[in-house]
Design a protein around this ligand. Structure first.
Ligand code: AMP
Length: 548
């Protein structure tokens, strides 16, 4: 046996602290601007951020927190939350971001499952803490992200974050950690069953930050001012808090006010060039600019993901406002970025409509992640843009098991995403459904996302969901549930006629129901399970428009 010839390069472990250290040294004066829950705008720099993150690390160590312990956060996008991203992980503890929009019972379940020893919370969640704290007896302390003067009256005894930090001097060296150590913990939104934990490592987080920053991924640079609307409590705000430090971009954190006006004001005053969020947020922002006649004077690009970006939204951003949309797909189990739309040289020469069709898909993988689609027999399906299959992924920032679960979710070393998709010869992914949401009509699959996208393109439609409805002959047929835009009107017949020529005839819904609002999950996704329950007894009209 010959001994392999080893490279002779430094064995520097990939640690999350290296990102904030880099930003503090090489983008030290670059600003981090936050709209605080106290109501004002706070400004400081990466240099200040690293110092306070070190003070936080010292404070936690003084409280007796050891490496590996989990520290929960219940917080908006703000500078103190960012300090937790670096201060907690920097000395080896695990930053566990919790979605405050979940039900209190789910939050208590998550805190207990993660075994959080301390929980940092924004004061807006004080009432929530009082409900959850009695159900989490193992939490040693609740730390309000505020000074003493801004802590509201609570039944739960709490510590002040600012008082804890004031007792420390920030004279602290980040220790060198084994890069395989856990850094962050995020739970899936858990639309079915209990939420499951994805435990990222320092290595996976740093590699994800590099991948996310690439020109054909988020494409961040030191010339950007980045406003992540996607919350830091949902999959690490798609890795943006790490990627901005890596690239030295200015960071603008919007706090709790995510309505169209608040976001637009902040984008304009801070001259934001780049943003990211789920379609529901952009729906509100677009409605605001549409109604007020406002424009975006500096915004160049926005990433839309978390749910399929409706083509109508993409077109409005680009055609009316000149903002480039980057459609992205990913999931908690993938840190979360998997694919983003980027056109290569040849694709960008194609006619507009062809380019648009590509941009409406979910895009191509970031190098590092690989994907394939498989049929019911587990065999890989062709990459022809036609064959539908279960999407499997693998890569260094994809989980190999859930936190505190022995069973491996992997199939032949690949992670089954639960999404159904096609992959075309350009390597572009097109998500057609969650596997449990797919509509099976007469043995054939109908993509509920494609059906919804047509409805949303109608000027009178604000939001639409397509679900399966039981049918005696075809097993399932599509039912469209629609929220109309304020002040607009459309009939069932007009909406069905709108489908003519846009999808295969047998994909046209059998019925349309108008509702005031649609149910959403805590991360802004349509809650189709709930919708299916709501319309379980819905009787479809006897005549089927397209199925015959
Ligand atoms: P989460 O783990 O909460 O981020 O949810 C991940 C799931 O959201 C994915 O498995 C998809 O079902 C869905 N999803 C995320 N991005 C997109 C997208 N661009 N288009 C369609 N579905 C998406």
């Amino acid at each position: 046996m010959t001994t392999p010839l080893l490279g002779q390069m430094m064995d520097v472990p990939l640690n999350v602290s290296s990102l904030v250290r880099h930003a503090a040294r090489y983008a030290g004066d670059t600003e981090i601007v936050s709209r605080r829950v106290e109501g004002d705008i706070h400004r400081y720099t990466y240099r200040d951020c690293e110092k306070r993150a070190k003070q936080l690390a010292q404070a936690l160590i003084r409280l007796g927190v050891s490496p590996g312990e989990r520290i929960g956060t219940l917080a908006w996008n703000g500078y103190r939350h960012l300090e937790a991203y670096y201060g907690v992980t920097g000395f080896g503890a695990v930053c566990h971001t919790i979605n405050p929009r979940l039900f209190p019972e789910q939050i208590a379940f998550i805190i207990n499952h993660a075994d959080d020893s301390y929980v940092l919370f924004d004061t807006t969640f004080a009432a929530l803490v009082d409900v959850v704290a009695p159900q989490c007896p193992k939490v040693k302390g609740w730390i309000a992200l505020a000074d003493e003067a801004h802590i509201p009256a609570l039944a739960t005894p709490v510590l002040s974050y600012e008082t804890l930090l004031a007792a420390e001097d920030g004279d602290f060296e980040w220790p060198v950690l084994d890069e395989r150590c856990a850094s962050n913990l995020c739970y899936t939104s858990g639309t079915t069953g209990n939420p499951k934990g994805a435990l990222y490592s320092h290595r996976s987080s740093v590699l994800h930050a590099y991948g996310a920053s690439l020109p054909d991924a988020l494409g961040l640079s030191a010339r950007d001012a980045v406003l992540p609307v996607v919350p830091m409590f949902h999959v690490n705000a798609w890795g943006i808090p790490h990627a901005v430090a890596l690239t030295g971009a200015k960071l603008v954190l919007p706090g709790k006010d995510l309505d169209g006006k608040s976001l637009h004001d902040l984008m304009e005053t801070e001259r934001v060039t780049f943003s990211a969020g789920v379609p529901t947020v952009w729906m509100c922002l677009l409605q605001y600019v549409r109604e007020t006649g406002k424009r975006f004077s500096t915004l160049e690009r926005t990433v839309i993901g978390g749910s399929a970006c409706p083509p109508a939204m993409l077109r409005e951003f680009e055609d009316v406002y000149g903002v480039r949309v980057i459609h992205a797909w990913g999931m908690t189990e993938m840190s979360p970025l998997g694919t983003l739309v980027r056109l290569n040289w040849e694709q960008s020469q194609r006619p507009l409509e062809e380019r648009r069709q590509l941009m409406e898909k979910q895009g191509a993988v970031i190098c590092g992640v690989d994907m394939k689609i498989v049929g019911a027999d587990g065999q890989e399906l062709p990459r022809d843009g036609v064959a539908f299959g279960d999407l499997h992924v693998r890569g260094p920032w994809v989980i190999d098991r859930y936190f505190r679960s022995e069973a491996s979710p992997l199939v032949d070393g690949w992670f089954p995403t639960g999404d159904v998709a096609t992959i075309d010869r350009d390597g572009f992914l097109h998500i057609t459904d969650r596997s449990k949401d797919v509509i099976k009509s007469g043995g054939e699959w109908i993509s509920s996302i494609d059906v919804e996208n047509v409805a949303i393109a109608h000027p009178a439609v604000a939001e639409a969901a397509c679900i399966a409805c039981a049918h005696p002959k075809w097993t399932e047929r599509p039912l469209l549930v629609v929220v109309k835009r304020e002040g607009e009107n459309v009939t069932r017949e007009a909406l069905l006629a709108f489908y003519e020529g846009k999808v295969a005839k047998w994909w046209i819904p059998d019925d349309v129901v108008f509702v005031e609002q649609l149910p959403h999950t805590a991360t802004g996704k349509l809650q189709k399970l709930k919708l299916r329950e709501m319309f379980r007894d819905h009787v479809l009209p006897a005549e089927i428009a397209g199925a015959a």
